[in-house]
Design a binder for this molecule. Structure first.
Ligand code: TYD
Ligand code: MG
Length: 578
């Protein structure tokens, strides 16, 4: 007879409680405790999936163990545990994520082994076995441990991944419904630079729907297979047999394990099935991409632990009301975090945007109060963004403060700093601040631009249309230095801005950066125009050089922008609004 035990677990921090609570006592999140049922199964049934694994030739190893432990007879499960101690203890230095994966099987096994023979004592494992299991590897090994990459065939996606897919990695792609997750990943399967098979597990849409979309996107790659399946125990042997280079699981909330008695999409299902895919990715050295839904609060549905388990977490940012789509790497074990990739949703799917600054500034209002352009560092590159502010007399006792794409608390702090220095009666005004294009900016370098936009709206005076502003603002109203100031100015100059209001503390960084940029440009020019040797080449060279003289291409590669250095917010606002 199966016996059920019920408890409640927090989807945010994993806290366990025997009773349902409205608020988690540990992380203090509301409505995050979800029912979790553990089932003690009768040790009699061998699942079809287990048979499938045997047919696929992987009855040994962790996959075999996972399934045998979960649903196989007690005697087999015991053997499986033994296998683990010898075969898998080579993961003595394994990651915490792997522990979670072990817990998956343990979770399933714990209930199943209750009443069966007790586990063997760890002292039964001989020292030789332990030594054999815990091999020491040199840090500098030539091929072992080096990440092997291949391109997704999409420059922007490669950028957020840190230079392409890494073999044996688990990637999580999150975003609001309808933002374009399925579209993008289908396109990525169509463009990935690999000759191996590719697998799209469609748990949300029918194969016919996916085919229709592929037709529309012009993807007709024979190596892409569709798998309309949601049960993990059926999916695993198919992946093991097919050995694809990329597997897309769309979505992790629809996938479930028959060994866990809770509904698909529940905390335990999402976590344990993801752990299964993690082990599949590592064991078979394939790239698995999990698609995850985002909750109302903006985090991935399922426990936080999901983000800890995977190697890379990518989020679609923005509200999806515009055609621009931004993907940000929130976590990346193989590349820079906070790197963004920008796409445009068209009738041919998501196309990469090669010049994000130009795309974000397209159609911006000129000579209008309340709008300021700033230069941010997103990941590794500078991007120009428009910040808008609207100030109006409040109709309420407590004025409203709204910030879209910025930290609201930071905006409230800046309003307080401005009130102190300007004494403009901001405390009785509603303030609405918006980052155009759906980007979320977390850098304090946007402070000065936010203040300038607020002051511009307040006084009804526009900034000069070719001006950019950046700098951090401190509590005393001082303007502080920001990182990579030279790169920010260079991006502004590239897009034709001629005046930059910047912190005084960045003077040296900007001037040094400018000098080295000029030197690099001069070196490149010399290398390109090295005098040719043959007579014909000499004649052509003379002609092209003459043609180039006076052409825009021959202009200063790093033209001057007016740099206005400021020390405090009063000085900065005077400069901006005159
Ligand atoms: P989809 O990839 O299904 O979103 P998700 O998987 O994140 O839920 O995206 C669906 C949206 O994208 C839908 O609103 C239609 C739009 N779309 C286009 O605009 N052009 C296209 O070529 C495709 C395939 C979708
Ligand atoms: Mg989808």
């Amino acid at each position: 007879m199966a016996r059920k035990t019920k408890e409640y677990r927090c989807s945010s921090c994993g806290y366990r409680s025997p009773v349902k609570l409205g608020r988690c006592p540990h992380c203090r999140a509301w409505n995050t405790l979800e029912e979790y049922v553990e089932v003690e199964t009768a040790p009699s049934t061998v699942s079809k999936a287990s048979q499938g694994l045997a047919a696929a030739g992987i009855e040994h190893g962790w996959l075999g163990n996972l399934l045998r432990k979960g649903v196989g007879p007690a005697s087999e499960r015991d053997t499986a545990n033994d296998d683990n101690s010898t075969n898998f203890v080579d993961s003595a230095a394994d990651t915490a994520a792997d522990d979670i994966a072990h817990k998956t099987s343990d979770n399933i096994a714990r209930t199943a082994t209750a009443g069966a023979a007790p586990r063997k004592q760890s002292s039964a494992v001989s020292p030789e076995t332990v030594l054999r299991g815990a091999d020491i590897l040199p840090l500098t090994a030539e091929d072992e441990g080096r990440e092997q990459r291949f391109s997704s065939g999409n420059g922007e996606f490669d950028r957020v991944l840190g230079g392409g897919f890494v073999k044996g990695s688990l990637v999580l792609v999150g975003g609001d419904p309808g933002i374009g997750k399925s579209t993008l990943l289908l396109q990525i399967l169509g463009s990935a630079r690999t000759d191996l098979p590719l697998l799209y597990i469609c748990g949300e849409e029918s194969p016919a729907q996916v085919r229709l979309r592929a037709d529309r996107l012009g993807i007709n790659r024979a190596s892409i297979s569709l798998l309309p399946e949601t049960e993990f125990e059926r999916i695993a042997p198919i992946i093991a047999r097919l050995q694809p280079s990329v597997v897309v699981v769309d979505s992790i909330q629809t996938a479930y394990s028959a060994a866990i008695d809770s509904v698909p999409g529940s905390v335990s299902q999402v976590r344990d099935v993801a752990a299964g895919f993690l082990r599949l990715a590592k064991e078979l050295d394939i790239t698995v991409v999990l698609v995850g839904h985002v909750t109302k609060e903006g985090s991935l549905a399922g426990p936080r632990v999901l983000e800890h388990m995977v190697d890379t977490v990518l989020y679609f940012e923005g509200d999806g009301n515009t055609s621009l789509r931004v993907i940000r790497a929130r976590k990346n074990r193989f590349g820079a975090t906070d790197e963004i990739g920008m796409f445009e949703m068209t009738d041919r799917g998501l196309l990469p945007v090669v010049n994000p600054s130009a795309a974000l500034l397209e159609g911006r209002p000129l000579s209008v109060p309340g709008t300021v352009i700033t230069s941010c560092i997103e990941g590794t590159r500078p991007v120009l963004v428009e910040i808008q502010a609207l100030l109006s007399d409040s109709q309420f006792n407590v004025p409203q403060r709204m910030a879209q794409g910025l930290d609201r608390n930071r905006v409230v702090m800046l309003l307080a700093v401005m009130e102190k220095s300007l004494r403009a009666g901001l405390a009785q005004m509603d303030a609405f601040i918006n980052v155009v294009g759906g980007l979320t900016l977390r850098e304090p370098s946007t402070d000065l631009a936010v203040c300038a936009a607020i002051a511009s709206s307040l006084r009804g005076r526009p900034l000069r249309e070719n001006m950019i502003v950046f700098g951090e603002v401190g509590l005393t109203g001082e303007v502080r230095a920001v990182s990579r100031a030279a790169a920010r100015v260079a991006e502004a100059v590239r897009l034709g801005f001629t005046t930059c209001v910047v912190p005084s503390q960045c003077r040296k960084a900007i001037l040094d950066g400018k000098r080295s940029a000029r030197a690099t440009a001069a070196r490149t020019a010399v290398a390109k125009t090295a005098a040719p040797q043959t007579a014909v080449a000499k004649a052509t060279f003379a002609k092209t050089t003459a043609d180039k003289a006076g052409s825009p291409a021959n202009a200063d590669p790093y033209p001057d922008a007016d740099l206005i250095f400021v020390d405090n917010i009063n000085e900065a606002l005077d400069v901006c609004l005159t």
